[in-house]
Write a protein that binds this ligand. Structure first.
Ligand SMILES: Cc1cc2nc3c(=O)[nH]c(=O)nc-3n(C[C@H](O)[C@H](O)[C@H](O)COP(=O)(O)OP(=O)(O)OC[C@H]3O[C@@H](n4cnc5c(N)ncnc54)[C@H](O)[C@@H]3O)c2cc1C
Length: 405
């Protein structure tokens, strides 16, 4: 069997569906097919955001939005000026899906269900006659002079324009490498840190509202909330480091030291504060008098780690103890020994080398009429809806370019 289409899209995920719908809606005269290896598509959309699908993030300034992309920051600035958060909200609203903003800026469908997004895509694809072919796993891609020949598990296909939207799929990256593209070695991004340490062993669930973390021996640093888990540490302060440090931390084999400042003071200023407390609260027990807006259980652990007993009163603290305590509060060192997945969510850093993609069109700089969208490119973001925004933006611009010439 040999099927001819005007445009073929490989991959029926977020980017693939978004592109297919945009093309088919604006150009009903073109035949558009999605080749999807699964028996269903949009599987990541389904499980995304804990089943709620964090569609995008309420950040409306392109120069601010790009800062959430450890890979792609420079390249996405132009594309975001053409299609970003506001356009995403409008796109879904025009198709009957209302989005809402949560306190931290994440945006979800008001239904709180990723199925709403899936239903929207499936309905739109059907309405505009996109041929969605499931169980079609792409095996090879040949770039001939005037067309592509795509061999799948269910027959061959031909098209003049080809969009690759296969996410982080190693087999497809290999195919693209064979076609002459450079693939940046994939490594995981968005993970939590495994830490075995007596200070946090018994306090899972504790949240420090705003910490500053540095990775020893690197320039990596981040700030934000920190959550103690059963196996280590998580929450934005850690996840940001895992994303921005994805390549560096992989090279360190996920074995490194971090230094945490739990309060927003340096060692010296903290020491001064502690000396004031010593005067002010002389008769009170140190463990019981939590300061700096820290959670009680964390405060206690940091007190004990400073060689201060549970019954010691502020007046009894000697110079050494005060310094040790200031050290624990402002530069506590923890050894990271590995990584774990964050709520099953992960993205892959790596993919098509950014230098080989024209970000005005999302066309390959190596092979004419070949386009990319979504995670297949070496773009990824921190958690919060930014990874999908990349899928929507790249798919939108690729679809506009595909039909424009
Ligand atoms: C558990 C989890 C939760 C997440 N939650 C969020 C979230 O809430 N918000 C957010 O912004 N991001 C989230 N992400 C990240 C987000 O899902 C991805 O960045 C996004 O799905 C990438 O879209 P894509 O279209 O590029 O790739 P995908 O959605 O992965 O789609 C690729 C498609 O290509 C198909 N395919 C692959 N190889 C072939 C082949 N050879 N032949 C045919 N088809 C093929 C795959 O089966 C798949 O359907 C989450 C990720 C995970 C794992």
């Amino acid at each position: 069997m040999n099927t001819q289409k005007d445009i073929i899209i490989i991959g029926g995920g977020a980017a693939g569906f978004f592109a297919a719908i945009n093309i088919a809606e604006q150009h009903p005269e073109l035949s558009v097919a999605i080749l999807e290896r699964g028996k269903e598509g949009l599987q990541k959309v389904k499980i995304s955001g804990g089943g709620r699908c964090n569609v995008t993030h309420a950040e409306f300034i392109p120069s601010e939005l790009v800062q959430n992309y450890p890979r792609g920051e420079k390249e996405l600035l132009g594309p975001f000026h053409r299609f970003m958060t506001g356009d995403t909200i409008a796109w879904f609203e025009e198709r009957g899906v209302e989005l809402k903003i949560e306190d931290d800026g994440r945006m979800f469908p008001v239904s709180n269900s990723s199925q709403t997004i899936i239903d929207c895509f499936l309905n739109e694809a059907e309405k505009h006659n996109v041929d969605v072919l499931y169980n079609h796993s792409v095996k090879t891609v040949k770039a001939l002079e005037n067309e592509f020949v795509i061999e799948t598990s269910h027959g061959d296909f031909q098209s003049k324009k080809l969009l690759i939207a296969t996410g982080s799929n190693p087999k497809v990256w290999k195919l693209l490498e064979d076609l002459g593209h450079t693939i940046i070695n994939p490594v995981p991004s968005l993970f939590t840190f495994d830490i075995k340490d007596h200070r946090i062993k018994d306090i899972p669930g504790v949240v420090a509202k705003n910490v500053e973390i540095k990775v020893v021996g690197t320039d990596l640093e981040s700030n934000g909330p920190l959550l103690v888990t059963h196996v280590g540490m998580s929450a934005p302060a850690i996840l940001k480091l895992s994303a921005f440090g994805a390549v560096e931390l992989a090279k360190m084999n996920y074995n490194f030291k971090i230094v945490i400042n739990f309060i927003q003071l340096d060692f010296k200023s903290c020491l001064e504060e502690l000396k004031n407390f010593k005067q002010e609260f002389a008769k009170k027990t140190v463990v019981k008098l939590t300061q700096f807006d820290l959670p009680k259980r964390l405060w206690k652990q940091l007190v004990l780690a400073s060689d201060i007993s549970e019954t010691t009163r502020w007046a009894d603290l000697n110079k050494q103890q005060l310094e040790a305590f200031s050290n624990q509060l402002t530069s506590a060192v923890f050894q990271v020994t590995g990584k774990s997945t964050f709520k099953e969510e992960f993205v892959t850093a790596g993919g098509i080398d950014l230098k080989e993609v024209n970000f005005k069109t999302f066309e390959s700089k190596r092979i004419p009429n070949l386009y990319f969208a979504g995670e297949v490119i070496n773009v990824d973001a921190v958690t919060g809806g930014f990874n999908f925004q990349n899928a929507w933006t790249s798919a939108y611009i690729a679809s506009a370019s595909i039909v424009s010439h």
